[in-house]
Each structure stands twice: as C-alpha cells, then as structure tokens.
Design a protein around this ligand. Structure first.
Ligand code: PMV
Length: 353
C-alpha cells in the first residue's frame, strides 16, 4: 500500500493552450539548438488545450498514455515524448522516472496541430513532478522559472514555447541561439479576438513541420521573406496595440500566404493546401470585400484555416460558414490566459495554483 506522502501518490496536472501564430516561425537557423530563422508573434488560445498529468514512477522507465494507449521508454525509447522527458531531467539535473497521461480538449486527428499545447503541458507537468513543485511560485523558488520552462518546451516543439504565456507572445531569435527569448508582449485583456478554426481535413499532415523547416532554406523566396519580416512584426505589434483589426488581418494573411509560398517553393517543395483551402480563402476575401464576412485568415502547416474576427461578429461569421461550407467542422476559440498547474493527491483532493 502507498502512503499519501509516497511521491507516486501525488499527480501534477498541467493544462496548456495551443496558440496561433500571426507572424509564423518558419525555418531554423540551428536545428540542434532549435534556433528559429525569424521572430514570431502568436495569440494564445483558450479552448484548444492539452491536459497532462505526471507523477513519479517506481518503474525503471517512463510511460506515456494518450488516447487509451500506453507506450513506454523501455519499448520506444526514441519517441519524442521520452526524448523531451529526458531533456527535462538532464536540464534540471533530477533523476527519476515519470508516468504521464495526456488528453486534448479538441478531438484528436481533427487537423489542429496539438504539438504546441502538447509539448507545453508535457514540459510543465514533468518539471512539476520531478521537482515536486505544484505552483509557479514554488517552481520559481526552486530555480525553474517560467522562462526556463518555455525554453525547454520550445526544444520539444518550437511553437510550444509560446504557449507558456497568455495573451500575445513574441519568440525573439536574438543574435545567437543562447540569446533567443520568449516573452508576453500584450496581456490577454489587451484585446479579445475570436479564432474560428475551419477544419476540412482530419488527416495527419504528410510532411512534418521538422522536415518543412529544413526545406524552407531551398526556397528562393525564403531570404526575401526574412528580409521583410521586421516591418511585418512591427505592423502586427502596432495593430494589436491599437486594436486595429483590418491592419492586423492584412498582415496575418500576407504572412500565412508567404509562409506557404516558401513551403511550396522549398527543396523539397511542400504543399499543405488542398483544393478546399484555396477555394475557401478566395471565398473569404470576396465575402469580406462585399461586407458579409468581417474576418481574416491564417493557416498553419496543414490544410485547415483559422479565421480571426471580433468576438461580437462570431455569430455572423459562423452562420455564414455553416451555410456555405456545410462539410467543414468548426471549432470556436478565443484569446486565452495561458497554462495552469495544480496538484492532486489521493487523500486531499486538488490544490489549485
Ligand atoms: O512548432 P513546429 O516546429 O511544429 O512549427 C510550427 C510552425 C507553424 O505552426 C506553422 C508556425 C508557428 O509559428 O506556429
């Protein structure tokens, strides 16, 4: 029998949101150190989250349960989840194995990239379980700042680092890999925006973002993109600061199309669009011009489209899409406040941060 003080009796639960990039991270200057080619700015989401529970294990391996299936580091040691746990152990210099269980708030395989929320939640929960710290304050006192967790999370998946903060977040590349930083630039209360995620395909993407980040360097459009980004980053920051939706919208559409143009002209070329993606974005633009759809699109490494709009216009936007695109699945999300952490003990119940 285990006692309530047995470490395996305490579960550390992290809930981390996904985020949508307004200026995309695309291409790495140094893959080993996960140093991005450019700065990116994202909005943290609220409803699309991963909840990950971690506890100390008495086994000699790590285990990970997701979607009713359990894998272990004994049988699949190279799985990216186990590499991430090992990275956290080494960075914090704390030994011990973990038992992890994770679930997404959104249906899996629905076409929403879950790596941002997934790696953020995994990193927070693992750091908490290894240190025994159940709040951000305790982690900070232990020497594990949120900044340090963000840096660990981005090494698992670049975009995950931005999910450590609420509101609007900038990942700056700095002048060396060591100098890169991830910081919130505007609090969630600065501007509440809605994100209608329009899902056409729930297939796994055929080329991983890891492969596509490499292929970007082969595109003749990549260097010109990088050269023009400081102006776009400025435009996006200013639009958020002044809550200017059409300026923000124009910049995010240009950025998404530019990122996909780089992908489509990369070596090898990667096309994430399906015919529906192309038809849909043309439709969005013509509807907007005729005043029927006050929304602007952005698209990550997949065929599905995020439509950013004023929450007051949400009903108009979703009704219009449901009418014209009945085959699409919709997920409605909005600006979020960032991840949470708490612990659960069998005897005492939940302790919230
Ligand atoms: O975090 P990764 O390596 O899966 O790259 C994500 C890249 C985009 O989602 C397309 C853009 C971004 O900045 O989130």
């Amino acid at each position: 029998m285990t006692s309530p003080t047995d470490p395996s009796h305490v579960k550390f639960v992290a809930t981390a949101p996904s985020n949508i990039a307004f200026v995309k991270y695309w291409g790495k200057r140094d893959a080993k150190q996960q140093w991005p080619a450019n700065d990116s700015i994202s909005m943290t989401l609220s409803a699309s989250t991963t909840e990950t529970m971690a506890c100390r294990s008495s086994e000699l391996f790590d285990s990970f349960t997701f979607g009713g299936q359990t894998i272990t580091s004994a049988t699949t040691p190279n799985h990216k989840v186990f590499s991430q746990i090992e990275r956290i152990r080494q960075t914090l210099n704390i030994q011990g194995h973990l038992s992890i269980a994770s679930k997404n708030s959104f249906p899996t395989g629905c076409g929403i990239a879950s790596s941002a929320s997934g790696f953020a939640a995994l990193t927070i929960a693992s750091a908490a379980a290894l240190t025994g710290c159940a709040t951000w304050e305790e982690l900070e006192l232990f020497g594990v700042s949120r900044e340090r967790i963000a840096s660990l999370a981005r090494q698992g998946s670049g975009s995950a680092g931005r999910s450590l903060y609420g509101g609007y977040v900038r990942w700056s590349r700095g002048s060396s890999a060591e100098e890169q930083s991830i910081r919130p630039i505007f609090a969630p209360g600065q501007w509440a925006l809605a994100d209608v995620i329009v899902i056409f395909s729930d297939h796994e993407k055929h080329v991983s973002s890891t492969e596509a980040h490499k292929a970007a360097w082969g595109s003749p459009l990549f260097e010109p993109r990088l050269a023009g980004l400081s102006e776009r980053l400025h435009l996006v920051s200013e639009a958020i600061e002044s809550r200017h939706l059409s300026n923000l919208g124009a910049a995010i559409e240009a950025d998404a199309l530019e990122m996909h143009a780089v992908a489509m002209t990369g070596a090898p070329a990667v096309n994430y669009f399906t015919p529906e993606t192309t038809q849909f974005i043309s439709w969005v633009r013509s509807e907007r011009t005729s005043g029927r759809l006050p929304a602007w699109f952005t698209i990550d490494a997949g065929p599905n489209v995020h439509l950013i709009c004023d929450p007051k216009q949400l009903q108009t936007v979703t009704n219009r899409i449901k009418k014209e695109w009945p085959q699409a699945k919709l997920i409605v999300d909005q600006t979020g406040t960032g991840p949470t952490l708490h612990k659960v003990t069998k005897s005492s119940g939940a302790h919230h941060d």
